[in-house]
Design a protein around this ligand. Structure first.
Ligand code: PLP
Length: 417
């Protein structure tokens, strides 16, 4: 007892001036999309009529079959711990889904279920990155990618993909960015935040670069798979490059396709040694995902085919209506999104202008703040996604609210001089 006490008090003294927070966290931000969502919710609670174009959260109902399956599992008294990698029924279902929808053959040892797609990506980075390993991330990118890489000790390398390339990575840019330290390439199609969708040919040309660089793995984030508005159906990199299967980790989840974002469940499919390492990471963090939620996800695998068609046409309509509303506002220039549920207009025309009170708009952060204050509309500044000045505008709220939001945005922007 005495010895421990001496040890603890000595450590306490020498570290008295140390910050509570680890140095590892210095470069890590609170997710800016979540932060803006939180601000919007606070203002709404204070009585303001806030419209959020900020969140990537659907306004659809979770299909009834999914809710019933989870409720039945809870009522059966399920709730004992599950395998870390996920219950067998769900992993079998995921294999069935990947074969049915994507033409991909995986077995049970090649699947991991986690508490959200975000955790699948985190597991993968923790399992594979050594200090200084590089991860190529086409920008604009989903906000969390770079910080997940940093948390795992890696170095995110953004490859800028502006409007001139349709916000898509080209084979030339990929080739030029690969170094001996490159460990991963992240690909996300349909893309958050731009809605860009890679064609078969574009993926094939990226695959031919990847074939030449055997040390590079690819994380294919297919979470928006069901939100594609092109005549050609969604295709995953893994489906068109079966020879690269062992170097591709497919990640996907239930947050977008089934509006189950609060249920926290996602999955990964990759070669068995990678999955085994990711399971090891997860065994020391959250263990297996909630068994009740997994029971719901089993039902989602088979609910998919019936529920999808109606919301796809609804979202296509909203995409087209939103395009018209943005077109009516001068200075917001975008590449027409072909998937997901976001527009990503650049807003250079408004940077450098002044508000009626004389405040200068120096960045897209300032512009998003101005829109929140003046128009009561939540938007996300593009700099959070690595390519600005721009705004990410999601069209997940009901159509009448979308109309109202753009009316207010147009009015507010017209006040900037
Ligand atoms: N990947 C992308 C591209 C996303 O946009 C999101 C969520 O917005 C995720 C992954 C994380 O999804 P989940 O809710 O399954 O963690």
């Amino acid at each position: 007892m005495g010895k421990w006490w001496r040890y603890l008090s000595a450590a306490g003294k020498s570290q008295a001036s140390r910050s509570v927070v680890a140095s590892r966290l210095r470069a890590i931000n609170f997710s800016q999309t979540l932060a803006m969502g939180r601000r919007g919710a606070e203002l709404r609670r204070s009585g303001r009529d806030i419209i959020s174009l900020g969140l990537g959260e659907l306004d659809l109902e979770i299909p009834r079959a999914i809710r019933e399956a989870a409720a039945a599992a809870a009522l059966r008294g399920e709730g004992r711990s599950s395998l870390v990698q996920g219950i067998e029924a769900l992993r079998t279902g995921i294999c069935r889904k990947l074969a049915r929808d994507n033409g991909l053959a995986y077995d049970l040892s090649e699947i991991i279920v986690a508490s959200g797609t975000k955790q699948v990506i985190f597991n993968a980075m923790m399992a594979t990155l050594d200090a200084g390993d590089e991860v190529l991330i086409p920008a604009p990118y989903w906000v969390s990618y770079p910080d997940i890489v940093r948390l795992a000790g890696g170095e995110p390398i953004a490859i800028l993909c502006g409007p001139e390339v349709g916000h898509k990575l080209t084979a030339e840019h990929l080739e030029a960015a690969i170094t001996p330290r490159t460990r991963w390439l992240f690909l996300n199609s349909p893309n958050n935040p731009t809605g860009s969708v890679y064609t078969r040919d574009e993926l094939a040309s990226l695959a031919s670069v990847l074939r030449r660089h055997q040390h590079v793995m690819t994380l294919s984030d297919d979470i928006y798979e069901l939100f594609v508005y092109t005549p050609a159906p969604f295709v995953s990199l893994a489906s068109i490059a079966p020879d690269l299967k062992d170097r591709i980790l497919v990640v996907n989840g239930f947050s977008k396709s089934f509006a189950m974002i609060g249920w926290r469940i996602g999955y990964g499919a990759g070669c068995a040694p990678l999955i085994e390492a990711m399971v090891r990471v997860q065994s020391q963090i959250t263990s297996g995902t909630s068994t009740i939620v997994q029971a719901g996800a089993v039902a989602a695998i088979d609910a998919s085919l019936n529920s999808v068609a109606s919301f796809q046409s609804d979202y296509l309509k909203r995409r087209d209506r939103t395009a018209k509303l943005i077109d009516a506002i001068p200075g917001l220039i975008y590449v027409r999104p072909e998937g997901a549920f976001y527009f990503y207009p650049t807003c250079d025309a408004y940077i450098g202008r002044r508000t009626p009170e004389g405040r200068s708009i120096d960045s897209d952060n300032d512009l998003a703040e101005f829109l929140l204050e003046t128009a009561n509309v939540v938007t996300i500044p593009g700099s959070a996604f690595g390519l600005g000045p721009a705004l990410r505008l999601s069209y997940t709220c009901p159509e009448n609210r979308i109309e109202e939001a753009f009316c207010r945005i147009g009015d507010a922007l017209s006040q900037l001089r």
